[in-house]
Design a binder for this molecule. Structure first.
Ligand code: SAH
Ligand code: SF4
Ligand code: F3S
Length: 455
């Protein structure tokens, strides 16, 4: 039996898909190249905006054609769109199963250890081995993932979120913030490094509150790691440099919870890369308040200034939502003005998408016309083009150390440097997964090009 997973959304979902692959292979499935040529097609969904949800609905529709041709074909869904693990045969079904008759099953990611039961409930005759663990968040984190490569890995350190930004579905989709066991995270990182992994990225929705969420405090499990368990964790992982770890990254920190201790650790620990992705969402205090972001523009600016003093070569990127409910033209202009002040080197811009069930979805009117959202979005793209280019120009003629992660046609290789900047160069050798030195010869808006140097 073959399987194929289509992943949408953030790094959390990428790491989850690596765990789903592991479970399926443990049950006897083997990977397929395309979803159209498989027996089991699983979509790992994202609910953050309407667009990725629409794509999932579209794919479920498309899969009907395959079902008609291949009677064995099963379609399943997991990720942030799912509320209740169930199948078409369950008594209590998730709504998605009611809407899509050709969707066979859905499961919540924390029920991953029960995937065998879900599959058997769909098709009693399915010949798969049973799994032993119960479906809980703890157990799902314990699953040994099937990593997508052997040189760079994402490691999830928490799930859920307690912040309840008014626009955001994540606290509803993923539930309350929960941090993964400290020793377990360390063990996963240790194993990775032992296997040759050179770069680790720790992921979580507010990664810097690792070990200090409400649930973490109630469990008392993190008390022994002091006031800042995240800093302690970074310090411990940093020690893996002796075994071959070279770069350590994390994403995304929540600005309000960025402690001086964390910044100090970023300056001190050798493996920690000098790039921080710090989502601001808006440059207007009025909008930030409507979003329940719990910090002001002044607080964010203070943080940026502290960073630049302490780590002068820090590269700072962000996320911004345009056209949030009630965002006037004047408020949007405040975001533009802040762009000129901070000059983020990279930014993900999103047009506000109202989400059912969130505070904003229920109470605030999505009153900015699509056209105005688009105009604001394009305007911000002009800013990011300008400031990304400006930042990259600073690297002209320099020599950059790059971890190579992709090869395109004509021997063109791509990789990222210590500051997470994209570097491209040509070579005839196979360099995927290797650290190389590149002399930068040309700088473009989003990437730099250069010549490979012999070490
Ligand atoms: N935890 C991170 C963000 C996670 S969601 C943080 O707090 O910053 C990733 C990004 O999606 C957000 O930064 C935001 O820019 C965007 N986003 C979230 N909800 C959205 C919505 N309803 N409409 C548009 N963009 C949204
Ligand atoms: Fe969503 Fe806010 Fe939590 Fe980020 S911090 S995941 S935006 S609720
Ligand atoms: Fe999307 Fe869920 Fe991530 S909503 S952004 S996949 S946490």
């Amino acid at each position: 039996m073959q399987y194929f997973i289509q992943t949408f959304g953030c790094q959390m979902n990428i790491t989850d898909s690596e765990r789903i692959s592991a479970v399926l292979e443990n049950l006897g499935f083997v990977p397929a190249k395309r979803w159209q040529e498989t027996d089991l097609f699983i979509m790992n969904s994202c609910s953050v905006r309407q667009k990725p949800e629409d794509r999932v609905h579209g794919l479920i529709g498309d899969s009907l054609k395959i079902k008609k041709k291949n009677k064995k074909f099963m379609v399943g869904l997991t990720g942030c769109m799912v509320r209740k693990s169930s199948t078409q045969n369950s008594e209590l079904k998730d709504n998605l199963l009611k809407v899509h008759e050709n969707l066979d099953f859905v499961f919540r990611i924390e029920d991953l250890c029960k995937l065998d039961q879900v599959l058997r409930e769909c098709k009693a005759k399915l010949k798969i081995k049973p799994l032993e663990d119960e479906g809980t968040v703890e157990n799902y984190f314990k699953i040994q993932p099937k990593y997508s490569n052997n040189f760079s890995a994402f490691v999830p350190i928490q799930t859920g979120c307690d912040k309840f930004c008014t626009y955001c579905i994540v606290p509803f989709a993923r539930g309350r913030e929960y941090s993964r066991d400290f020793v377990e995270v360390l063990a996963e990182c240790g194993n990775l490094v032992e296997k040759g992994v050179k770069e680790i990225t720790l992921v979580g929705q507010t990664v810097n509150t690792y070990g200090i969420s409400r649930a973490d405090k109630m469990s008392k499990k993190f008390e022994k790691y002091g006031k800042y368990p995240f800093v302690k964790l970074l310090e411990e992982i940093d020690k893996l440099q002796l075994k071959g770890l070279k770069w350590l990254r994390f994403t995304s920190p929540y600005p309000k919870d960025f402690s001086d201790e964390l910044m100090e650790a970023m300056a001190r620990l050798k493996t920690l890369c000098h790039h921080v992705h710090m989502p601001i969402q808006s440059g207007s205090d009025a909008v930030l308040q409507m979003m329940n972001r719990q910090y002001s523009v002044k607080d964010y600016l203070k943080l940026v200034n502290k960073f630049r003093k302490k780590i002068p070569d820090i590269a700072i990127s962000t996320d911004i939502i345009v056209g949030f409910a009630g965002e006037t033209e004047a408020m949007f202009k405040e975001t533009c003005a802040l762009y000129d002040k901070i000059q983020w080197e990279m930014c993900y811009h999103a047009k506000y998408s109202s989400r059912k069930g969130t505070y904003a979805g229920k109470i605030l009117k999505d009153n900015i016309f699509a056209k105005a959202k688009s105009r604001r979005w394009h305007k911000l793209n002009e800013y990011i083009k300008k400031y990304s280019f400006k930042a990259l120009k600073g690297y002209a003629n320099s020599i950059q150390e790059v971890l190579v992660d992709e090869k395109k046609q004509d021997g063109l290789y791509y990789g990222r440097n210590f500051h997470n900047k994209l570097v491209c160069f040509k070579s005839r050798s196979n360099l995927i997964g290797k650290f190389v030195c590149v002399r930068i010869t040309q700088v473009k808006e989003w990437l730099m090009e250069g010549k490979l140097l012999n070490k």
